[in-house]
Design a protein around this ligand. Sequence first.
Ligand code: 13P
Length: 253
Amino acid sequence: MARTQIIAGNWKMNKTVPEAVAFARELLQGADLTGVEVVLCPAFPALGPVVEALSGGPVRVAAQNVFWEDRGAYTGEVSPVMLRDAGCRYVIVGHSERRQYFGETDETVNRKVKAVLRHDLVPIVCVGERLSEREAGETFAVVERQVTGAFAGVGETAAAGMVIAYEPVWAIGTGRNAAPEDAQAVNRFIRELIGKLYTPAVAEQVRIQYGGSVTPENAAALLGQPDVDGALVGGASLEVESFRAIINAARRV
Ligand code: 13P
């Protein structure tokens, strides 16, 4: 069974509620969104309003982060219960910016993944090596450690439905995307790892995105790789026109 491409726009800490809602409305107007799954990832305050603006349409919504407890005295945190109630389908977990600036580790990423799954949300697990790790030839070892850590204790059915985003840290926001064949090599490695951790059937089902300086210009080449099942887009998802162009590239794959 062919995997449906999944194009997610990670807005990071951008867009006020009115800006986010205006984007969502414009995206729905006149766009052909068939044959590809499209996801918007607004900041927390815009989640509910964007879900409402998209209601009845095919575009899904993801949160950019989550805490692992359902409720309680955790000032500033947001639980999976709240995200589900707000109408989210997906949650980005373990983005490199969270690992870098907010101390997330493979262990906390795993706790978040399990909490998200408990509430019938789907994690988009981010993995990827830093520049120094790539230069030291550690890319596969780093990615293996991150994927194995994130999936620890996750059952087969849940694993098959999950999304992994391979985002080399040196490619994020730098304008320097991974070469399509390098993205393919790591995504293939991740799929084979999932095959070993679970079964070949699970590996065939799991969707593996590429992220890091994806643009309308390079999207077709990246998405055309056999093990690249979509993109996690930062900067180019902030304008409707460039995001739509990437969606169109995915539809043609
Ligand atoms: P850019 O597309 O801006 O490089 O960001 C990628 C990213 O981090 C998406 O999560």
